[in-house]
Design a protein around this ligand. Sequence first.
Ligand code: IMP
Ligand code: MG
Length: 173
Amino acid sequence: MTSVTKLFDEGEIARRVAELAGEIAGACPPDLMVIGLLKGSFVFLADLIRALDRAGRAPMVDFIWLSSYGHGRESSGSIRLIGDVPAGVAGRAILLVDDIADTGRSLAYARDLLAEAGAARIWTCALVDKPCRREIELAADFVGFTVEDVFVVGYGIDYAEKYRHLRYIGAVD
Ligand code: IMP
Ligand code: MG
């Protein structure tokens, strides 16, 4: 049986998301387009855009669906785009959001897609950063929480499609 150890509870997540929105509102232009990587970022993104609203911003929102993970804990290593790059990216300031920065490949891959599509400026944001796992050079501009080499779940983040519903972020053993 897999067990989950709580790392960050609902209150800590809400406070950190509000802080992040403040940091983003201070650093990024008002005409920001927020693009989340599916599926892991959907809960975080839902809270982040409302926190940005509280911070006085009115971001556009869209998604990119990348597939890299099988049903295990290790990335398959090859990333695929499912569907299309959102329309209207050309010339825009983009905040690219993922649940986790692990090897860094997903954020880098999506960032390159957006750059190719003509984005004017791209910032990256990861709710959870695992710098010790990085395999390519990628420093997220905004980070919610930094963790060691643990496999995290909850708040949208899955392990084999389970645990996305948890209100907290935990580590599975
Ligand atoms: P990267 O491309 O290796 O940086 O991995 C990023 C993606 O891998 C994230 O979007 C997650 O979907 C998945 N991932 C990486 N680490 C974890 C984890 O600890 N829990 C669940 N998914 C993870
Ligand atoms: Mg993901």
